[in-house]
Design a protein around this ligand. Structure first.
Ligand SMILES: [Zn+2]
Length: 259
């Protein structure tokens, strides 16, 4: 009998310890990758696969016969395929293609384009129930007009990601606008694995939500070196009991529900 009591006590203790641990696991990290780049398919996804971590990819209409099946496969593996418009209109595009200069856009044209990209994503992964969005070049205006509320009224994006620096750790969920969710647009000369991990540590200390915005990984542009990226993933994997790594959609569903 005494043994049973002891056993029950021990069980109780274990459950309490478990609950405590579950309670502590409150830092959320979201890995997002923009522009549908080849280096993401060749380097970021294989690294994520081997670390068993998930992520969100903000795609545009620049897919090709070669890349489209690979993105479809990424969707099948559980990666979130998200909306970054069809043509990536922004002010920086003036030189590359004047047609994609957002100065010549109106909120109506922009929102229509976002809607068409949602349709393309639906054709790609057949997922219903809403999409997340990332503002091209993190600009909230087209043609000098803020289009956040036009997007909100159109109901085409459940959550939308904006830019920010390495201090973009989200802790004030109550006042968080779901269509203006900050992230760290990763830059550096080049960024190191330690700098990436420092951001995660800040999120851990605050018990908040931290979102990475990556572009090239081991190639393309705004490059995060492959070894720095691998180091970050290794850290996240090693601390998976304290850090939840999930998609932008799931992370936002979680924090909005807890609001
Ligand atoms: Zn972009």
């Amino acid at each position: 009998m005494k043994k049973l009591t002891l056993f029950l006590l021990l069980l109780n203790f274990l459950f309490a310890a478990n609950a405590q641990q579950a309670k502590r696991k409150k830092a959320i990290i979201v890995l997002t990758y923009d522009d549908g780049l080849t280096s993401q398919l060749n380097t970021a996804i294989p690294q994520l696969d081997s670390a068993h971590l998930t992520a969100t990819f903000f795609l545009t209409g620049n897919m090709t016969e070669a890349s489209l099946p690979r993105w479809r496969q990424a969707g099948e593996k559980g990666y979130e395929l998200a909306n970054h418009t069809l043509y990536h209109p922004c002010l920086l595009n003036v030189k590359t293609n004047p047609a994609d200069n957002s100065a010549n856009y109106t909120p109506y044209i922009m929102v229509r384009e976002i809607k068409e990209m949602n349709t393309l994503l639906l054709a790609l992964d057949s997922k219903t129930g809403g999409r997340t969005y990332a503002y091209p070049c993190t600009e909230l205006e087209v043609g000098g007009v803020n289009y956040v509320d036009t997007l909100r009224k159109a109901g085409l994006a459940k959550y939308a990601r904006i830019g920010g620096g390495p201090d973009a750790v989200i802790t004030d969920f109550k006042n968080l606008d779901p269509l203006k969710v900050p992230s760290w647009g990763v830059t550096g000369n080049p960024v190191t694995g330690d700098a990436l991990i420092d951001f995660v540590k800040k999120v851990q200390q605050s018990g908040g939500l931290g979102i990475f915005m990556f572009h090239g990984v081991g190639g393309d542009y705004l490059v995060t070196p492959a070894d720095a990226h691998r180091k970050l993933l290794a850290y996240l994997k090693a601390h998976r009991n304290e850090i939840e790594v999930t998609t932008f959609m799931k992370a936002m569903d979680e924090v909005m529900a807890a609001k």
